[in-house]
Design a protein around this ligand. Structure first.
Ligand code: SAH
Length: 250
C-alpha cells in the first residue's frame, strides 16, 4: 500500500509526538521502537515530520530522512505543564485501577506518580513483581504523556514502604481527606502563595486508617484537605485535585 501522504501543520500539537532519550536528539537517529511506530504504523517516511520530546522540557520538530535518520531538527515551543511541579503519592492499587490513576494523573499534569502500599491497600507485592509493574506503568505514563501533549515525562515510582514514600515527598504535602472537617483544597491554597512544588497523597479504597492519618499529620508542611462533599474513587481523586489546582493556578 502506498504511503499515506498527510498535510502536516508543523506544530508539536499537530504532529505525532514521541518521548526519546536526549542522546537520540544528539545522534539524530530514531530508536528502533519509534522508527517502527513511525514507518510501519503511521506509514511516514523521508520528508515527513514528527515531534520529539527529550522528557525534561526539550521539544523538537524532526524531519525524517532515510531509514531511521533524522534529516532536519528544529527546536519548537510548547507550553503545556502546570506552573507547579506536583507529585502524587497513590496508595497501591490493583493494576487495572492503578493504570486508570496513572492515565488520569498524566492528563491532569502530574510531574510524578508514586505508589506505595498503605495499611488498607488491597495489594502488596514482592520486589520482582513491583519492578515488573514499575516498567509497565512507566510505559503507560509515557504513552499517555505523548497523547496529552505533555512536554515533561511524568516519572512513575513504586516503593515498598508507605512511610519511606511519604517522607520523600516534596513539601507542602496535601493529604486528600474525605473525612468531615478537612479544609477545602481551594481554601488551603488561597492561604498560601503558589508553591513551585507540592504533593498530593491519596488513600486506598478503604481510606487511611486513623493511626496512619495521625502519623502523616504529625509531619511538617502537611495538611489534610477536602475535595468537597462527594466521596471520590481512589483512582480518580488525584485527578480531581489536579483539575482544581489547574483552575486556581493555570
Ligand atoms: N473512606 C472512604 C473511601 C476512601 S476514598 C469512604 O467513606 O468510602 C479513597 C481516597 O480518595 C481517600 O482516602 C481520599 O484520599 C480520597 N478522597 C475521596 N473523596 C475525597 C474527598 N471528598 N476529599 C478528599 N479526598 C477524597
Amino acid at each position: 500500500m502506498g504511503r499515506r501522504r498527510v498535510s502536516q501543520a508543523l506544530t508539536p500539537r499537530a504532529l505525532p509526538r514521541f518521548f526519546v532519550p536526549p542522546a537520540v536528539i544528539e545522534a539524530r537517529v530514531l530508536p528502533d521502537d519509534v522508527a517502527h511506530q513511525v514507518q510501519r504504523v503511521l506509514r511516514l517516511g523521508a520528508g515527513d515530520w514528527v515531534c520529539l520530546l527529550d522528557g525534561v522540557g526539550g521539544v523538537y520538530l524532526a524531519q525524517l530522512g532515510d531509514d531511521s535518520q533524522i534529516a532536519n531538527l528544529q527546536p519548537a515551543e510548547l507550553d503545556t505543564e502546570l506552573p507547579a511541579s506536583i507529585t502524587v503519592l497513590q496508595s497501591l492499587l490493583r493494576p487495572e485501577k492503578a493504570e486508570t490513576a496513572i492515565r488520569l494523573c498524566v492528563q491532569g499534569g502530574a510531574a510524578a506518580i508514586h505508589f506505595a502500599p498503605s495499611e488498607r491497600s488491597l495489594v502488596r507485592w514482592e520486589p520482582s513483581k513491583q519492578a515488573k509493574y514499575a516498567v509497565r506503568w512507566q510505559k503507560i505514563a509515557q504513552e499517555e504523556a505523548e497523547l496529552a501533549c505533555r512536554t515533561r515525562l511524568p516519572i512513575v515510582r513504586l516503593t515498598a514502604e508507605w512511610r519511606t514514600a511519604f517522607q520523600s515527598l516534596p513539601r507542602p504535602v496535601f493529604v486528600l481527606d474525605e473525612w468531615e472537617g478537612a479544609l477545602a483544597l481551594k481554601q488551603r491554597c488561597r492561604r498560601m502563595p503558589m508553591p513551585t512544588a507540592l504533593s498530593l497523597v491519596v488513600g486506598p479504597e478503604g481510606g487511611f486508617s486513623p493511626p496512619e492519618r495521625a502519623w502523616m499529620a504529625a509531619h511538617p508542611e502537611t495538611h489534610a484537605v477536602s475535595l468537597g462533599p462527594r466521596i471520590l474513587r481512589t483512582e480518580t481523586a488525584a485527578f480531581y485535585a489536579l483539575a482544581l489546582l489547574a483552575t486556581l493556578w493555570e
